[in-house]
Design a binder for this molecule. Structure first.
Ligand SMILES: [Fe+2]
Length: 203
């Protein structure tokens, strides 16, 4: 599977603009991160793009797009299938998909899939999934992504009531993948800035 094929597949299963935008954000963060770490850029970008491919079909109601692992969403029992269903969709179409992509996708919803996050790729995906929401919310607050600093983002993350559905623990867990938190935040900000227009921030 190449990135273009992943884009096609995503479009078949996801139609809500806010979910598509979220997938794009996580994908670009994963791409920038892989580039910085000397990992497989295309592979990391594909995992980011497809990690929520089943999200729309797992939702029971129209307006409950939140992170799958947040307490707010956990009452939606259909999300117990989240990521498992997605892995199934991808494997059905691309049986030769690399196993580590599937593993990272399953592990991003570890609480339900019971697939444990255990390597750099897994921790990067779960952290990127969450930092995207944090940077987006902070960007909305300050009306721009431009000039956003790691220091102020970290400060914002400490405010529990701000973007409360974002799992801070999964962001901090980036250390378990041997990736420095500050470096990760710096890369994530740059990645989001690079698609500022596509995600609704004018320049
Ligand atoms: Fe996600």
């Amino acid at each position: 599977m190449n990135f273009q094929e992943a884009q096609q597949l995503l479009k078949e299963y996801v139609h809500k603009p806010e979910i598509l935008m979220h997938c794009l954000e996580v994908s670009i963060i994963m791409r920038f991160l892989a580039r910085e770490l000397g990992e497989d850029e295309e592979k990391w970008a594909i995992a980011g793009l497809l990690h929520d491919i089943d999200y729309e079909s797992c939702l029971k109601t129209e307006d409950c797009f939140r992170h799958p692992e947040s307490s707010e969403i956990s009452r939606f029992s259909s999300l117990e299938e989240h990521a498992k269903k997605g892995a199934g969709i991808i494997k059905q179409k691309y049986p030769k998909i690399e196993e580590d992509i599937i593993h990272a996708i399953l592990a991003h919803n570890e609480e339900h899939t019971k697939t444990k996050r255990e390597n750099k790729f897994d921790f990067a995906l779960a952290a990127s999934d969450n930092i995207s929401g944090m940077i987006f919310a902070y960007g909305l607050m300050r009306k721009s992504l431009e000039g956003m600093e790691v220091k102020s983002l970290k400060k914002k993350m400490k405010e529990k009531s701000f973007a409360s559905t974002v799992r801070r623990d999964l962001i901090y867990d980036i250390n378990k993948g041997n990736i420095d938190l500050d470096k990760f935040l710096e890369i994530a900000i740059k990645a989001m800035q690079s698609i500022a227009r596509e995600i609704g921030f004018g320049k």
